[in-house]
Design a protein around this ligand. Structure first.
Ligand code: FE2
Length: 272
């Protein structure tokens, strides 16, 4: 359970860092499980890359269907101009998502044991629904930048209710692309909404065209095992990985089941 000081810090900053939240064995269990899943994945089946900077163009059927599957997305730098892989399969994956917390027994058991429901209730979520999970790799040398964004852009409810739980499975520092966030930036409201314009076309609706104060970004360098809770409207970012070590992380997003969840959100869960 969160203390009053932690709750106040979350409300002021829009994020909260809690060290040693998830033990090393569980981090390793998830890292090993991801390896197994990638071993069983046939990379010739598709070439869907993940980059938030070009999401509008790259949101294909594979991405949309991943709402209810365990799917694999490549790093942009893993595929060359001729559509061939430039790195081994295990180093080619940007992320696995978005329903392993519901479909994979290992992810499910670890995530179910993290008490995210009770933390969410403390943060004002009446009926927590975990609708998305991601295992993010930030691969050595090619791990892509994730542009400055708010998670409520992608997991929109009325009223807004998204909360992100981010777990460092490995140490995250400046050189391997740790999270960065604008303290207090969650108070400025939602700037964009990502929505299905048609059955196979996703667009951004601009709600507020003002710029983010990027010079206020704070580096969140953390050790493996740390949990960072992110308010859905908190602007956050991570740089590309310039180091020779990965920066693996797990993230789980919840929304409030009592809020309206629009039918034109990209993620339509059939499982929760
Ligand atoms: Fe995010």
């Amino acid at each position: 359970m969160l203390s009053d000081i932690q709750l106040e810090s979350f409300n002021n900053n829009g994020f909260l860092v809690i060290e040693d939240f998830i033990d090393n064995n569980k981090c390793q269990l998830l890292i090993n499980r991801a390896k197994q899943l990638i071993d069983g994945f046939d990379p010739s089946s598709h070439r869907t890359i993940f980059t938030t900077n070009e999401q509008e163009r790259n949101s294909d059927k594979y991405f949309i269907d991943s709402a209810n599957k365990v799917s694999f997305f490549f790093e942009q730098g893993a595929i060359d101009k001729n559509n061939n892989f430039s790195v081994p399969k295990q180093q080619s994956i940007n992320k696995i998502g978005h329903a392993q917390h519901l479909l994979d027994p290992i992810y499910k058991s670890v995530i179910d044991g993290l008490s995210l429901d009770s933390i969410s209730k403390q943060l004002g979520i009446a009926m927590p629904r975990a609708i998305q999970s991601m295992h993010i790799f930030k691969q050595p040398k090619i791990g892509g930048e994730v542009g400055l964004h708010q998670d409520s852009t992608f997991l929109y409810t009325e009223p807004l209710s998204c909360i992100g739980f981010w777990f460092a499975l490995e140490d995250a520092s400046i050189d391997n692309g740790c999270l960065q966030a604008i303290p207090g930036g969650h108070k400025t409201g939602l700037k964009k909404r990502f929505y299905m314009a048609t059955d196979n076309e996703i667009k951004f609706e601009v709600l507020d065209s003002s710029e983010y104060p990027e010079d206020e970004l704070e580096m969140l360098e953390v050790k493996a095992g740390t949990m960072i809770i992110l308010h859905g409207q908190l602007p956050h970012y991570s740089d590309s990985n310039k180091s020779d070590r990965s920066r693996q992380a797990l993230s789980v997003h919840i929304v409030d089941g009592q809020c309206h969840y629009p039918k034109d959100n990209w993620l339509q869960s059939e499982l929760v």
